[in-house]
Design a protein around this ligand. Structure first.
Ligand code: NAD
Ligand code: UDP
Length: 389
């Protein structure tokens, strides 16, 4: 029997196979979502992106058992008239496309704002006009800084959850001043969330907004000089992986005191599949998706990654595995940071019964094993070529 026949939603009803227009399907999250949908469901995916390296195994060409299930559409949603046709052909659109690496927010603020707001507008409009459901990817950064971050460093109220736990329907969005261009991304995401929400309120758009809290795992971003630009600065998992692969110290920005909660990509993808298959429970909601049990400071993350990498690679850690660096040295002017990100899980738990599973140590073991296997030889080759030239 087909996987569709076996699938039931959370209320025990059979799930009909959907056609899904997935924009940004070639990225980190998109590649995992495509894999999951192909392996476990009968849904059809129209995969839209400007590149497909991370889903090549699914689309170039599609393996025989996936014939008719997934197709790749190479297009830039900024300027391609085929977009509306694809949205019309689908039952559901999932928009993942974005510039979403912090190194770009202060150095390419215009591209960041256009990508996260302007370029998403037609997607929302076509969904609304054609009565198509939309799952839009926003970010935990829309919360900005915590309320507690404005209290003196040792103030006892900083320990009270209401001063730091981030709730979809209660917490305010707190950004820094305009010259701190870091917040260009958060602000653009906030405005597109408000627009999607307003389309729901005024025009009946069926929508779900996802706020990922540091989803990490294999295929995230790129290793500079190997499968991305030498001077590129990816997100922290890939930065630290790159340092470990090259046997250079991990760089701690502004002391590495910021706190993050990391969730394993495969746990998070299960939440997205629940949203896809339970529209009555997911429509009209904004969902935090993260793992509140996996909190570390960036310094602790660096320590843990150093230990785990030594185990999986068999290479002894450096004598000085970390170095401190100011944010203006590392990111340039206009950088600023989110201090702490604990997602409240009440809403997603109540609506979809979802909980994250994988502890940080386990997900780092899996991920760094993948990084070592995938990149170690390529990094060695690239380093010896660079030193020869
Ligand atoms: P990613 O950069 O790996 O994926 C984004 C994809 O969108 C890329 O493949 C890119 O080529 C594509 N894209 C961008 N602009 C496009 C355009 N104009 N036309 C066609 N394709 C375009 O990032 P990701 O981590 O997979 O993130 C996906 C979404 O989730 C983004 O909206 C991001 O803001 C959000 N998000 C992710 C995280 C996380 O933890 N990974 C955290 C917060 C928010
Ligand atoms: N960071 C760091 N060293 C690096 C890369 C990032 O100290 O090489 C810090 C960064 O300043 C931030 C945290 O790690 O405090 C997470 O950064 P990331 O780029 O993953 O994205 P964010 O969670 O800020 O959206």
């Amino acid at each position: 029997s087909s996987p569709a026949a076996a699938r039931l939603d959370l209320d025990g009803n059979p799930v009909a196979p959907l056609t899904i227009c997935m924009i940004g399907a070639g990225g980190f999250i998109g590649s995992h979502l495509c894999e999951k949908l192909m392996a476990e469901t009968a849904h059809v995916v129209l995969a839209v992106d400007v590149y497909c390296d991370k889903i090549r195994h699914l689309v170039d060409p599609a393996p025989p058992h996936l014939a008719g299930r997934i197709s790749f559409h190479r297009l830039n949603i900024k300027n391609d008239s085929r977009l509306e046709g694809l949205i019309k052909m689908a039952d559901l659109t999932i928009n993942l496309a974005a510039i979403c690496t912090p190194a770009d927010y202060n150095t390419r603020p215009l591209d960041t704002i256009y990508s996260n707001f302007i370029d998403a507008l037609p997607v929302v409009k076509y969904c609304s006009e054609n009565n198509k459901r939309l799952i839009h990817f926003s970010t935990c950064e829309v919360y900005g800084k915590t309320i507690g971050s404005f209290l003196p460093k040792d103030h006892p109220l900083r320990k009270e959850p209401e001063f730091y736990v981030l709730k979809e329907d209660e917490s305010p969005c707190i950004f820094g001043p305009i010259m701190k261009q870091r917040w260009s991304y958060a602000c653009a995401k906030q405005l597109i969330e408000r627009l999607v929400f307003a389309e729901g309120a005024e025009n009946g758009l069926e929508f779900t907004i996802v706020r990922p809290f540091n989803w990490i795992g294999p295929r995230m971003d790129f290793i500079p000089g190997v499968d991305g630009p030498s001077e590129g600065v990816p997100r922290v998992l890939a930065c630290f992986s790159n340092n470990l692969l090259r046997r250079e110290p991990l760089k701690l920005v502004d002391g590495g005191q910021s706190q993050r909660t990391f969730v394993y990509i495969k746990d998070a993808i299960e939440a997205v599949v629940l949203m896809i298959e339970n529209p009555a429970r997911a429509n009209g909601h904004i969902f935090n998706v993260g793992n509140p049990n996996n909190e570390v400071t960036v310094r602790e993350l660096a320590q843990l990654m150093t230990e785990v990498y030594a185990n999986v690679s068999g290479e002894a850690p450096l004598d000085e595995p970390m170095i401190d660096m100011s944010s203006s040295q590392f990111y340039g002017e206009g950088y600023d940071d989110s201090d702490k990100r604990i997602p409240d899980m009440t809403i997603i738990n109540k609506q979809l019964g979802w909980n994250p599973k994988t502890p940080l140590k386990d997900l780092l073991e899996t991920t760094l094993t993948y990084q070592h296997k995938t990149y170690k030889e390529a990094v060695k080759r690239q380093m010896s070529q660079a030193s020869a030239s």
